[in-house]
Every structure is written in structure tokens, then in C-alpha cells.
Design a protein around this ligand. Structure first.
Ligand code: NAG
Ligand code: NAG
Ligand code: NAG
Ligand code: NAG
Ligand code: NAG
Length: 434
């Protein structure tokens, strides 16, 4: 401090001395009184703060200022000269009413406000002459809308993940946090409340840990924040699908199944089912070499939220391809590939493989002979005619002979001993049949 500031004008000095002697100011008749009646005021963030300060009596010339805080770190909130855009005087040019309004109060504006009357010291430096007792201002602030965040990477069913809800900028400190999973309350640890950057508001963090399930694709977590400044709780949501990875089940089906006749077309279909998210790449390998695929089905989402997909390759089953291995390789969500394989087997030519009954010595397949088929048809026709005849006759004789018993007896002629049961007419039919 420069020495000049030490030397107060005589009047100012006298008054300061008088002030220290109780009652001396009043006695002198020119004691300037300063009233700052509000001890505590609380406003809600965004509102206007009204601070009251009046003076009475005479004193040395000097300005009145509003300071926030005392001692080092005090801050000039208002003085006549200078620009204070948020502050207005309640009574514009008054020499006795120094009340002010501060609009748009924010949590960082919390603190103790002093109305201070200065007097001019030598060199034009202002010295504190009178000051009010201070008004303690608190600013109630709503928490910011809760933000809910999940793990940085996805996890599979059965694994546990932590989901965190944060909100900040609130005052006072008390805050309540509730978690809901699909609207049903779930338990969580106590929220952690820490002072904010300006120490005039607080931040909150609350975490839930849960085990994921396949069905959680559609599950929703809600973090509900309650605070005295709120009329209704604030909600933050989190879709568990963001944290979930369900790997696909992969199955390869050959149609027709092996072994197949040479030169037939075989469809290998890769069924990729029950996965999440839908990010999947399906490739086919024939004996380890990638093959081109034209036919990939659209990605379908099931009601449970999981995806499925089919991929098909058509293969001409030439003899050279006997024993070829077709692998369906699925890369899901950047994970290690899942492979399923099917081998193509070509049936040996009919000459070597098929059994004797369908073959003649000269290699002609009996089943392909029209006369054989005609014979079979004729035989069947005769047989059914006989059946109908027997059936009608049986009904005549017995009245209620069962058709089942008859058909059985006809189709299995040798089994008369147990086929007919105890019925006399059935036994008679066996005789006719054989
Ligand atoms: C401050 O004064 C203004 C204007 O008179 C008034 O609208 C406002 O409600 C007052 N604020 C408080 C916190 O008393
Ligand atoms: C306010 O702070 C300044 C410097 O930061 C200091 O010189 C002054 O004495 C303080 N005033 C009060 C009233 O504490
Ligand atoms: C399959 O096709 C090839 C070439 O067209 C032919 O040489 C071969 O005889 C055919 N094999 C059969 C069993 O039809
Ligand atoms: C193979 O797939 C194609 C194309 O989808 C289809 O037209 C054909 O009928 C399928 N063949 C068999 C044997 O399933
Ligand atoms: C294909 O391979 C299987 C087993 O290796 C064999 O039994 C079959 O005869 C082969 N088929 C042909 C047409 O060579």
C-alpha cells in the first residue's frame, strides 16, 4: 500500500476515531448511520435479488458500494461509476437509499453482500467508512437434467454392467435419486454428492450395477432425481440395448441333405439367429476360400428385439466337389468369427451304391418300368375290390364287424392267429383271404 493512502483527511479520520468510541458518533451529531436490514435472503436461480441499504445522518463525502465478500477476494458488485449490467438501483439517484436489484441470480452469486460507505482518503483512494452487517445470500438452483451413461463397451448376457446417472448445479445439497427398470424400482447405492466447481452448488452421481439378460434389448432404465426446487422429479433414461451384445446362434442346413446325386443343385443355408446389435457380416468359404454370395435375406428383428438373418449359397454338386466343406463365417459386432460348416457328399453312382431289389442284372431299374407300375396298380385295385366285397359281407353276417380288423387282415395275410382277435366272422375272413 502506498503511504499516501494511509493519510486520511482529518474529518474522515476524526469520524473513524469517534466511531470506535461507543455512542461518540451520536454525541457528535454528525454520525452517518448505515442500515443493511436483511440478514439472510434466498433466491431461486434466474430470479432477481433485492438488497436493501439506506443511510441517515451526515458524514464525509464518499461513495457507497456493494461488495461481495470481505477482505481479500472481495468483489465489487456495484458502484456508481462503472458498468454493472445485471445491477440496477431501486431508487435511481437517491443519496440515502442505496438498495439494488441484481437480476438473473446464479449459484455462483451466493455469498455475503456488504453495503459499504467509503470516504475519500488522500490521493483520491477510497477507504471504508461505514459498512452494513452483511446479507447472506443463497441461491437455490435446480439440478441439471440427469444424464445416464452406460459402460464404454458392450457386455453379453450374464455379465454385469454399471450405469451411472449424473446431475449438477443444484443447491441446497439434499437430493434424492431413484432408479426404475421398466418402471419398477430397483436398488442402487446412495448417490455421491460433491461440491461443484464454484462450491455454491453441488453435483450428484449415482450408479446401479446389474446383470444383463438376453431380453434386455427392450429394457429401459430410468434415473429419477428429486430436489426441493423441483415440483416434479427430473428423469434421465438409458436403453440397456446400448450396453448389450447377444452373439448369434449359427446353423448351416443343406437342402437336399448329403449325400446328393451328382450334378444336382444343393442349397446351403446359414441361419444366423438371436443376435444384437444387428451389425453382422456373413461370408461363405468353400474349402477355406471365400465364395461369392448373392442371396442374403433382409435383417429381421423379432418381437424380443433380437435380430436374425439367412444367407444362401447354391452349389452345383459336381463329382469334383465330393467332400467339399462349406463354412458359414459370421462376424458379429467386430467380435471373433463364429463358423459353422457342412460337407457336400456326392452319392456314388447308382450301380455301386443301391441295393439289389431295385436293380436287374442288365442295369435297368425295375422301378422305372411302366409295366411294373401297371402291375402294381392292378394288384392294388383288385385287392381293394375284394376288401369292399368282404367288408359288405362281413356287415351282413355280423352286423358290426370292424373295418379296421378287416383291413388289417387283408394287408397282413399271414398274421391270422392274432390279427382277428376273438371274432368268429374275422376268422372266417382270414380263411377267404388266404
Ligand atoms: C425484488 O423486487 C422486484 C421488483 O420490485 C420484485 O418483482 C421481486 O419479486 C423482488 N424479489 C424478491 C426476491 O423479493
Ligand atoms: C477488497 O479487496 C481489495 C483488494 O483485493 C483490498 O484492497 C480491499 O481492502 C478489500 N476491501 C475490503 C472491504 O475488504
Ligand atoms: C455331370 O455333368 C458332367 C458335365 O456336364 C457330366 O460329364 C457327368 O456325366 C454328369 N454326371 C452325372 C452323374 O450325371
Ligand atoms: C435353392 O434356392 C433357390 C433360390 O432361393 C430356389 O429357387 C430353389 O428352389 C432352392 N432349391 C432347393 C433344392 O431348395
Ligand atoms: C464321395 O466320397 C465318399 C466318401 O469319401 C465316397 O463314399 C463316395 O463314393 C464318393 N462319391 C463319388 C461320386 O465319388
Amino acid at each position: 500500500m502506498a503511504p499516501a493512502t494511509r493519510a486520511l483527511p482529518l474529518a474522515c479520520l476524526m469520524l473513524l476515531l469517534l466511531r470506535r468510541a461507543p455512542g461518540a458518533g451520536a454525541q457528535a451529531g454528525q454520525g452517518l448511520e448505515l442500515q443493511q436490514p436483511q440478514e439472510e435472503v434466498s433466491v431461486t436461480a434466474g430470479e432477481t435479488l433485492n438488497l436493501t441499504c439506506t443511510t441517515s445522518g451526515d458524514g464525509p463525502a464518499g461513495p457507497v458500494k456493494w461488495l461481495k465478500g470481505w477482505g481479500s477476494g472481495n468483489e465489487t458488485i456495484y458502484e456508481q461509476k462503472g458498468s454493472f449490467p445485471r445491477v440496477t438501483r431501486v431508487v435511481g439517484e437517491s443519496n440515502t437509499d442505496f438498495s439494488i436489484r441484481i437480476r438473473d441470480m446464479q449459484p455462483e452469486d451466493a455469498g455475503t453482500y456488504y453495503c459499504v460507505r467509503f470516504c475519500k482518503a488522500l490521493g483520491g483512494v477510497d477507504e471504508v467508512f461505514r459498512s452494513g452487517k452483511g446479507t447472506e445470500v443463497s441461491v437455490h438452483a435446480k439440478p441439471t437434467p440427469p444424464v445416464v451413461s452406460g459402460p464404454g463397451r458392450r457386455a453379453g448376457p450374464g455379465q454385469s454392467v454399471s450405469v451411472t446417472c449424473t446431475a449438477g448445479g443444484f443447491f441446497p445439497k439434499d437430493i434424492g435419486v431413484k432408479w426404475l427398470m421398466d418402471e419398477a424400482p430397483i436398488s442402487a447405492q446412495q448417490p455421491q454428492v460433491t461440491p461443484g466447481r464454484t462450491k455454491s452448488s453441488y453435483n450428484m452421481s449415482s450408479t446401479v450395477t446389474m446383470t444383463l439378460q438376453e431380453d434386455d434389448v427392450r429394457s429401459r432404465l430410468v434415473c429419477e432425481v428429486q430436489h426441493p426446487t423441483l415440483t416434479a422429479p427430473l428423469r434421465g433414461t438409458y436403453q440397456l440395448s446400448k450396453a448389450l451384445r447377444v452373439p448369434p446362434r449359427v446353423r448351416v442346413v443343406a437342402d437336399p441333405p448329403s449325400p446328393v446325386e451328382a450334378n444336382k443343385t444343393v442349397n446351403f443355408t446359414c441361419h444366423v439367429k438371436g443376435f444384437y446389435p444387428g451389425d453382422v457380416v456373413v461370408t461363405w468359404l468353400e474349402n477355406g476360400t471365400e465364395v461369392k454370395v448373392e442371396n442374403i435375406s433382409r435383417l429381421v428383428q423379432t418381437p424380443r428385439g433380437l435380430f436374425e438373418l439367412r444367407s444362401l449359397v447354391e452349389v452345383k454338386a459336381t463329382e469334383e466337389k465330393n467332400g467339399s466343406v462349406f463354412a458359414c463365417r459370421v462376424v458379429h459386432d467386430g467380435q471373433d468369427p463364429i463358423s459353422e460348416t457342412a460337407a457336400l457328399r456326392i452319392a456314388a453312382p447308382a450301380r455301386e451304391g443301391l441295393s439289389d431289389w431295385s436293380q436287374t442284372d442288365n442295369g435297368v431299374n425295375l422301378l422305372s418300368s411302366p409295366s411294373l407300375w401297371l402291375g402294381i396298380l392292378l394288384e392294388k385295385g383288385l385287392l381293394s375290390g375284394l376288401l369292399v366285397f368282404l367288408f359288405k359281407r362281413g356287415r351282413h353276417e355280423e352286423g358290426n364287424a370292424g373295418a379296421a380288423a378287416l383291413s388289417h387282415s387283408v394287408s397282413a395275410p399271414g398274421s391270422s392267429a392274432h390279427g382277428g382277435g376273438s371274432r368268429g366272422s374275422a376268422a372266417a375272413s382270414f380263411v377267404v383271404c388266404t
